[in-house]
Ligand binder design. Structure first.
Ligand code: RP5
Length: 162
């Protein structure tokens, strides 16, 4: 996509089934995004170089998803002044608690806004990123307000017959 406002980077192709939930929401809301696979451990130099160039390219928010010893979001945050959102990937060994703690426990001064483990977090990464973008994008803010109202209307319509 041309001139992405948000980038979606993941540590491995195996993260894509989770991260595509984020991508789907950006497509629905017509937010320009870029998807990239880069690893904090396997391609550390490329990861740092990619993160360092984001601001100059007009990107406003970075989202990074990784599992296990999930350093990716932290490394991106260490190489950019953009807000960084971390998605902890659910893992088979520790159910994503490993990813969650690796992503969220950042040192003061290098924050990673961390969402929930797995697909639920992947969806919220998109909504959180759009809330940040909407601070300077009125059309997107209007779309988010409509979405919020529809979401509430759905709940109001539910009738439980005991
Ligand atoms: C992390 O290691 C990736 O983000 C992925 O969640 C995990 C496993 O990677 P693969 O072995 O599937 O490539 O860096």
């Amino acid at each position: 996509m041309k001139n992405p406002k948000v980038i979606l980077v993941m540590g491995s192709e195996s993260d894509w089934p989770t991260v595509k939930e984020t991508a789907k929401i950006f497509k629905d809301f017509k937010v320009a995004f870029e998807v990239k696979v880069l690893s904090a451990h396997r391609t550390p130099k490329e990861t740092a170089e990619y993160a360092e160039k984001l601001e100059g390219r007009g990107v406003k928010v970075a989202i990074a998803a990784a599992g296990g010893a999930a350093a990716l979001a932290g490394v991106v945050a260490g190489h950019t002044n953009l807000p960084v959102i971390g998605i902890p990937i659910e893992t088979s060994s520790l159910n994503g608690m490993d990813s969650l703690l690796s992503t969220v426990q950042m040192p003061p001064g290098v924050p990673v806004g961390t969402v929930a483990i797995g697909k639920m977090g992947a969806k919220n990464a998109a909504y959180l990123a759009m809330k940040i973008l909407a601070l300077s994008d009125k059309a997107l803010l209007t779309k988010l307000k409509i979405f919020k109202k529809r979401q509430a209307d759905k709940i109001r319509k539910i009738k439980i017959i005991p």
